[in-house]
Design a protein around this ligand. Structure first.
Ligand SMILES: Cc1cc2nc3c(=O)[nH]c(=O)nc-3n(C[C@H](O)[C@H](O)[C@H](O)COP(=O)(O)OP(=O)(O)OC[C@H]3O[C@@H](n4cnc5c(N)ncnc54)[C@H](O)[C@@H]3O)c2cc1C
Length: 399
């Protein structure tokens, strides 16, 4: 409980992608996690194991339970309805509870299904964070075979680390349209900017500014200088500019903004140098189950030649669901279909107001609120949002 997809991993090679000094769970106590990491011999500017951070979150939740003001139920909520000023929430086991208010903190949704793999059967792992992915990694490590990772972002990095740690001896092909992979953290001299210095409202102008600024102060300093302004910048774009950002800028933004620990980047570079990992820009055309695994047709970017390759498994590493309308989560579906919540202006999350309210006494946090804030997927952003939501809930319930 409390660990979610990101921190329930038990794989030691899975490190945080934010330095320990940025990972406090508490909005007002920036060094809360760093102190604990330091007490265990870690460097506050270094990158802790994600399972270590999971224990930290688990301990905080345990304290909340011990204090008597929090109950924890091990259930999956499948339906929520609001009537006569009350919420009623139904769980998978059929039980129902009533509530004055709901905060949806359900994290990332499973990746979008990939049409090319519709006939791939159990050799295609559509949820890279689930139990079937763990079993597929074990199978690859014990029985060999090559792995195809569709997507080249942070989820791909996680799977490569898991395969390497498990002793997988086969080759790994990681493929995405542009073949861009997350860049490494490194030291840099910060170069803060005032909001007024940054162009608002147009993605093209912002992009040109970012390139100029990167040439002057280095790309890490330029990208990170936008962090305090990111919510306002995103909100200054209208829906068509936000879509333009998602289509053209996002693949570049993500790999520079959400960086990986230097030791993780070194492992990726080593595997590429040993020719065990290939990163390819290209497209999957089709995939079919055959006797040895999966036969996949793919085309390298810029080439007309179709390549046919066989893999023991393919994993969907395209990242969390992009379109809330495609969610398979029954709770979200019931809220949307019941009219209790609406998709945001570009359909990537829920529509929320400035207090992260998605409906009548209904709040949403984290990745579900990407449409309003965009940069709201990592702990440093979510903890501030959580503090504001907690205050707003207290205010509302004391009315
Ligand atoms: C692999 C991975 C690595 C990451 N690494 C980092 C990192 O190093 N640093 C960082 O800052 N961010 C990282 N992130 C971003 C991550 O999204 C946030 O850090 C944070 O975990 C999000 O917290 P959350 O509480 O919103 O969602 P989650 O941590 O995903 O928690 C959601 C919880 O809701 C539960 N849930 C979902 N649906 C239901 C339901 N219907 N009924 C009951 N319970 C439900 C889930 O079981 C889970 O416990 C990573 C994300 C991923 C996927």
């Amino acid at each position: 409980m409390g660990r979610g997809v990101a921190y329930s991993t038990i794989e030691p090679a899975h490190l945080l992608n934010v330095p320990a000094e940025g990972m406090s769970a508490w909005a007002g106590q920036p060094d809360h996690f760093a102190k604990r990491f330091e007490a265990h011999g870690g460097d506050p500017r270094g990158f802790a194991q994600r399972r270590f951070f999971g224990r930290y979150l688990g301990d905080i939740l345990d304290e909340a339970v011990e204090s008597g003001c929090t109950d924890v139920l091990h259930h999956s909520a499948i339906r929520a309805e609001h009537s006569n000023g009350k919420w009623s929430v139904k769980f998978e086991d059929g039980s129902v509870i009533e509530a004055e208010a709901i905060a949806l903190a359900i994290g990332n949704q499973e990746p979008e299904a990939l049409r090319a793999f519709a006939g791939a059967g159990d050799r295609f792992i559509s949820n890279p964070w689930g139990e079937e992915a763990r079993r597929a990694v074990e199978d690859l490590a014990s029985n060999g075979g090559d792995a195809l990772l569709v997507g080249t972002g942070l989820t791909m990095v996680d799977l490569v680390l898991s395969l390497d740690s498990a002793g997988h001896g086969g080759r790994i092909l990681a493929l995405s349209r542009r073949g861009q992979i997350p860049r490494s953290h490194d030291d840099f001299r910060p170069a803060p900017v005032e909001a007024e210095e940054v162009p608002h409202g147009r993605v093209g102008e912002l992009w040109r500014w970012l390139r100029r600024r990167s040439a002057e102060v280095g790309w890490r300093a330029a990208v990170d200088s936008l962090r305090p302004h990111s919510h306002r910048l995103w909100q200054s774009l209208d829906a068509s500019e936000q879509r333009r950002f998602l289509r053209h800028a996002r693949p570049w933004w993500d790999v520079h903004r959400h960086r990986i620990a230097p030791e993780v980047a070194a492992t990726i570079a080593r595997l590429v140098a040993e020719e065990r990992l290939e990163i390819m820009a290209g497209r999957i055309l089709a995939a079919d189950r055959n006797r040895d695994g999966l036969e996949v047709e793919l085309r390298r970017r810029g080439s007309d030649a179709v390549q046919l390759k066989t893999f023991a498994y393919a994993f969907n590493c395209t990242g969390p669901l992009h379109s809330i309308g495609h969610t398979r989560d029954p709770l979200l579906r019931s809220l949307l279909e019941g009219g209790h919540a609406q998709p945001d202006q570009i359909g990537i999350g829920l529509k929320v107001d400035e207090n992260s309210r998605a409906g009548e006494r209904l709040w949403a946090l984290g990745p579900l609120t990407k449409g309003r804030y965009w940069e709201i997927i990592a702990v440093p952003d979510i903890r501030d949002q959580a503090a504001l939501v907690a205050e707003d809930i207290a205010r509302e319930l004391s009315k």
